[in-house]
Ligand binder design. Structure first.
Ligand code: NDP
Length: 305
């Protein structure tokens, strides 16, 4: 039997859409994907999501949203979309999962984004052997060790502050001489005696054969190279939207984001919310807001077609 509304993704966008859709009696099914909760689960601490007086772990925030959705009757399936066919008749959208094929009258795409890598061969070789993109997941392995964080955005600085509570020494390596991150985070990093910042520098090579033993960096202004001995490297240089399964089915821009008008995509009945279509804000609260919009627009679509 065809579903009325399938929501692909279980971060703040997908879960908020599910909460609104359930309350509108659309009986949504959420495909949780292989990494339920999305990027929020990898953020150690969130202090800018309204409604929480004190900082809250990202994982707790998203787990609470999921429980709220469950209480309202949302159904969850631990599967992901491998490909889709949106070309048949309106209201017959086909999603191919690893375990089955689903038909749905409307779909909300909320698959978020994934961590970007530098692309160095040595980075690939040492992934999981001291190289990570998730401080929350892997930070505990570096208790009392020396680590570097690559990047100058909110993720890099949040990771650096978290790692400073575990590692013996944290070095932030940033390619410019000013952070992209918010001033509040920048002030905390610059005021933390366990964190050192190396400006205007990029990684040239991750050192070590079987495990990370150091990093070779180049100063982009002087071209001077230097090696830093350390045991862990956290790459935090931004994210790429997760759209591989939707290529050729909905319009995607040159940077890989799904093109939306409000939350409507190029295909009637297919909506997109959260980081998969947000090239500007990329905040959990904005993702949640756009999930709400997508659910309301899907509801109107289903009522009027
Ligand atoms: P951003 O795109 O904001 O930052 C990426 C950082 O990596 C930038 O400093 C960038 O440098 C640097 N970078 C990019 N490519 C390279 C490269 N090839 N080599 C070296 N450095 C590189 O991504 P984030 O993941 O930090 O943040 C994404 C979004 O999520 C943001 O909107 C952020 O506000 C939000 N966020 C919010 C949090 C919170 O509020 N607690 C926590 C985490 C994320 P440059 O500055 O020169 O471009």
């Amino acid at each position: 039997m065809a579903e009325q509304l399938v929501i692909v993704g279980s971060g703040p966008a997908g879960l908020t859409a599910a909460i609104y859709a359930a309350r509108a009696n659309l009986h949504p099914l959420v495909l949780e994907g292989m990494a339920p909760g999305g990027q929020l689960t990898q953020t150690p601490e969130i202090e800018n999501f309204p409604g929480f007086e004190s900082p809250i772990p990202g994982r707790t925030l998203v787990e609470t949203m999921r429980k709220q959705a469950e209480r309202l009757g949302v159904r969850f399936l631990a599967d992901e979309v491998l490909s889709c066919d949106f070309s048949s008749k309106p209201k017959q959208l086909t999603l191919m999962l690893s375990g089955e094929t689903l038909e749905s009258e409307a779909v909300i795409l909320a698959t978020g984004a994934s961590a970007r890598w530098l692309g160095l061969p040595s980075e690939r070789r040492l992934k999981g052997r001291g190289v990570s993109s998730c401080a929350t997941c892997d930070g505990a392995f570096f208790k009392g060790k020396r680590v570097a964080v690559i990047g100058g955005g909110d993720t890099a600085l949040t990771d650096a502050l978290y790692l400073a509570t575990l590692a013996s020494e944290v070095t932030v390596i940033h390619r410019r001489d000013a952070f992209r991150a918010s001033a509040a985070l920048a002030d905390r990093v610059l005021g933390n005696p366990s964190i050192k910042v190396i400006w205007d520098s990029v990684p040239e090579e991750f050192l070590g054969e079987k495990r990370v033993e150091g990093i070779r960096i180049r100063n982009v202004k002087t071209n001077e190279m230097r090696d830093l001995p350390l045991e862990g490297i956290f790459v935090a240089i931004g994210h790429t939207p997760n759209t591989a399964a939707f290529k050729g089915q909905v319009e995607i821009d040159e940077q890989g984001y799904i093109v939306t008008d409000r939350t409507r995509t190029s295909v009637p009945g297919v909506f997109a919310a959260g980081d998969v279509q947000d090239r500007v804000y990329k905040q959990a609260v904005v993702a949640a807001g756009s999930g709400c919009m997508a659910a309301l627009e899907a509801q109107a679509y289903l009522q009027h077609l």
